[in-house]
Write a protein that binds this ligand. Structure first.
Ligand code: KIV
Length: 275
């Protein structure tokens, strides 16, 4: 039985911290699910950490669905959330509904996430009314990176902080089940968390959020283009992979791989006949 949005919402009043991680493939999702992490986001960060784009903006529905299906196949318990790519929910409510439905119907996800607050509230309400759970995402929303002029902390001025509080309220009123707060000063994120009845999931938003989300490649140290300030590397996987690949390369060149252990034998008499 998969985790439900009601179980996630019930964690907030109990003060139980909520863990969420991104995943993009079957094998990684399976491990995260086995650990018992309740929320897995197939983030459009896929574009940067897996597909090598410079931002999340080029990511398409087809790419997201391809990876969502793999993550769903790897999980039994976690609630899988598909991240709506840039411009798949901006133009009209119809577009937003059609694309949200694809994540559920074709991708097998149980919820979707989209970026924005007041400006997307109408779309959130329509998607929720169709029975699709929605997670909001405010603060540093990477699909608006050109509008922000870079990866900058959001909500530092009184106007910007008030706007974030309004955005959180609009998402809550529209029926979102949780809100990601990205790259927001910790005291502001704590205030939004106090004033919101649905869980806040922080990334670069301090300890005062109801839960935390990280990009799996950041905490594993497998993405080496840059390390965001909000990420803690629990392991340096890129170094481990580099050492293993180098060793393999060296052994093949030296003729010491494969050994008998990785090879298959056959009946000597059959071989003799062939010769
Ligand atoms: O795409 C993503 O991985 C995200 C998380 C950083 C919240 O939106």
């Amino acid at each position: 039985m998969r985790v439900t949005i009601n179980q996630i919402k019930e964690m907030k009043p109990k003060g139980e911290k909520i863990t969420m991680l991104t995943a993009y493939d079957y094998a990684t999702a399976k491990i995260i699910d086995e650990v018992g992490i309740p929320l897995i986001l197939v983030g459009d960060s896929l574009g940067m950490v897996v597909l090598g784009y410079e931002s999340t903006i080029p990511v398409t529905m087809e790419e997201m669905l391809h990876h969502t299906k793999a993550v769903v196949r790897g999980t039994k318990r976690a609630l899988v959330i598909g991240d709506m790519p840039f411009m798949t929910y901006h133009i009209s409510v119809d577009d937003a509904l059609r694309n949200a439905a694809r994540f559920i119907q074709e991708g097998g996800a149980q919820a979707i996430k989209l970026e924005g607050g007041v400006t997307v509230a109408e779309k959130v309400r329509s998607i929720v009314n169709c029975g699709i759970p929605v997670m909001g995402h405010i603060g540093l929303t990477p699909q608006s990176i050109h509008q922000f002029g870079g990866f900058k902390v959001q909500g530092k001025t009184p106007e910007a902080a008030t706007k974030l509080l309004d955005d959180a309220r609009a998402l809550e009123e529209a029926g979102a089940f949780a809100i990601v707060l990205e790259t927001v000063p910790a005291p502001l994120a704590a205030l939004i968390t106090q004033r919101t009845s649905i869980p806040t999931i922080g990334i670069g938003a301090g300890i005062g959020c109801d839960g935390q989300v990280q990009v799996i490649n950041d905490i594993l140290g497998s993405f080496t283009d840059f390390v965001p300030k909000h990420a803690k590397q629990y392991v340096k996987l890129a170094d481990i992979i580099r050492n293993a690949v180098t060793e393999y390369h060296d052994e093949v060149k030296a003729g010491s791989f494969p050994t008998d252990q990785q090879s298959f034998s056959m009946d000597e008499s059959i071989l003799a006949e062939l010769k």
